[in-house]
Write a protein that binds this ligand. Structure first.
Ligand SMILES: C[S@@+](CC[C@H](N)C(=O)[O-])C[C@H]1O[C@@H](n2cnc3c(N)ncnc32)[C@H](O)[C@@H]1O
Length: 230
């Protein structure tokens, strides 16, 4: 799968490019109404969720499809190489003695978000999710007249409400760059960039010239499932 290879390739650079993801993970963990002892993190990457857990835990399972990303995950965690698009991944996860699930900045990559959310919900555990929406890089996409490869907010909310009872929240983030060219470099490396990558040199130049902001836009949907309604 293309984007997973991209994560493999970019793993080391992810470290200094994950500013927004770090803030997202912090908010997701801090607002979690439940403090599990044995936690599963789906699309764990280099460990942003783990780093924000500030209560005693017994086990932390870091599941990710990219071995290079898992190599960056703190060594004291248990690593599971698995692709959450596949039912076989969930058969493996089902057997783990876990009592809480997190997925931060990862599920927007799901090939079939509905199927993935259904599988997560069927584990019947307290669940906290943060999913980037199509309004991420909104102005860039509008100017270039390209559509986002990830799900619209409305669609994510509809699916969340179909499978979970809980509280959700939409947050917008801005990431500032001293130079516009840096912002576009960031987009190219972010994975949410197929459309932008396909632009010709001239189209790209024009897009950068016309881009009105010193920042990039991000939109994230958070959900914390309600424990009493599992
Ligand atoms: C933007 S990173 C977020 C990592 C971490 N959760 C954080 O908050 O920094 C997205 C992660 O999802 C993983 N990922 C993407 N698609 C996946 C899939 N189908 N199955 C498992 N992991 C996946 C990537 O390898 C990457 O580590």
């Amino acid at each position: 799968v293309d984007h997973i290879r991209q994560f493999d390739r970019q793993a080391s650079r992810y470290q200094d490019r994950k500013i927004i993801q770090s803030r997202v993970a912090r908010h997701l963990v801090q607002k979690s109404p439940y403090r599990g002892r044995s936690i599963l993190d789906l699309g764990a990457g280099s460990g942003e969720v783990f780093r924000n857990i500030d209560w005693p835990i017994e086990r932390f399972y870091a599941a990710d499809a990219s071995r290079q990303m898992l190599d960056l995950h703190p060594p004291c965690t248990r690593k599971i190489l698995c692709n959450f698009d596949l039912p076989s991944c969930f058969r493996e996860l089902e057997r783990l003695p876990i009592d809480q699930i997190f997925a931060s900045s990862s599920l927007q990559w799901s090939r079939d978000l509905e199927a993935t959310l259904r599988r997560i919900a069927s584990l019947r555990l307290p669940t906290s999710l943060a999913i980037f929406t199509a309004s991420t890089f909104k102005t860039v996409h509008q100017l270039a007249n390209i559509s986002s490869p990830i799900y619209e907010k409305g669609e994510v909310i509809r699916l969340i409400e179909q499978f979970f009872h809980g509280e959700w929240e939409v947050r917008e983030y801005k990431l500032f760059f001293p130079e516009k060219i840096e912002a576009f470099r960031y987009i190219k490396e972010s994975g949410v960039s197929q459309g932008v990558k396909r632009l010709s040199y001239r189209e790209m130049r024009e897009l950068i010239d016309n881009y009105p902001h010193p920042y990039l836009e991000f939109e994230v949907l958070f959900m914390w499932s309600d424990l009493s309604k599992l």
